[in-house]
Design a protein around this ligand. Sequence first.
Ligand code: GUN
Length: 289
Amino acid sequence: MTAEIINGNKLAQALRAEVAERAAQLCEQGEKPGLAVILVGDSPASMVYVMNKEKASKAIGIHSVLEKYEEDLTEAALLERIRALNVDPRIHGILVQLPLPPHINTHRVIETIAPEKDMDCFHVVNAGMLMTGMPRIRPCTPYGVMKMLESIQYPVVGSHAVVVGASNIVGKPMAMMLLQAGATVTICNSKTRDLGHHTRLADILISATGQRHIIKGGMVKPGAVVIDVGVERDKDGKLWSDVEFDSVREVAGYLSPVPGGVGPMTITMLLVNTIEAAEKALQAKRVAS
Ligand code: GUN
């Protein structure tokens, strides 16, 4: 079997056209959607991510503000900036790019973002709402993966999904969203003993560990959907991901590649979240007036 490739670029393009339409409608009604992205330090990988986010936002008509700060920015200064953005009516969404420098308490930073402006769904209020089945906002990468499964009309209900990686950014919320969509979910991590035993049971296999080629063809159930989330660039600039593409392609039914898979979908779902936040803000203003 040779897997069908899930083209994240193509799917993202189609969704962005819809989002641009909603952004135009908001602008017509005097509520231009606004997104602030904060980057602290000069990590090249983070820089690429935030520039891509800004470019995509501007392309669909979002008022995008990219704030770059030096590595030695104090936590107090960052919290003060977030508090100002929380009450800025032109800004509907805030994203603080992670990881932050070690002298800054990431938890405190996330909890300072107003929950209704937390575009990542990292705030405990939003994570709790997701967990209890009442999501107000959905985390961008898992949301993008769900859209990919939807695009191939995969019957998630009753399927066995295995998520490898248990981060707050991807693994945990991914497992929660699959569970709520009716899958039976196993959560593994890079240290799981006999990982292949678990992954071979997966109808849907999602890997987000950041460990190079942790998933190989022999660890995949024939016909499974495999979504590759983990990605890193080595010192020579070569891109590595969790899934060994060539061997897995021969076994899986569907495979999401790197690049051109989850990456563009994550950015797209950030745009969707920003538009939804702006739509809610407009609705709230109308109710109040
Ligand atoms: N760093 C890596 N992925 C993400 C993400 O989805 N959101 C934020 N804020 N930082 C990240």
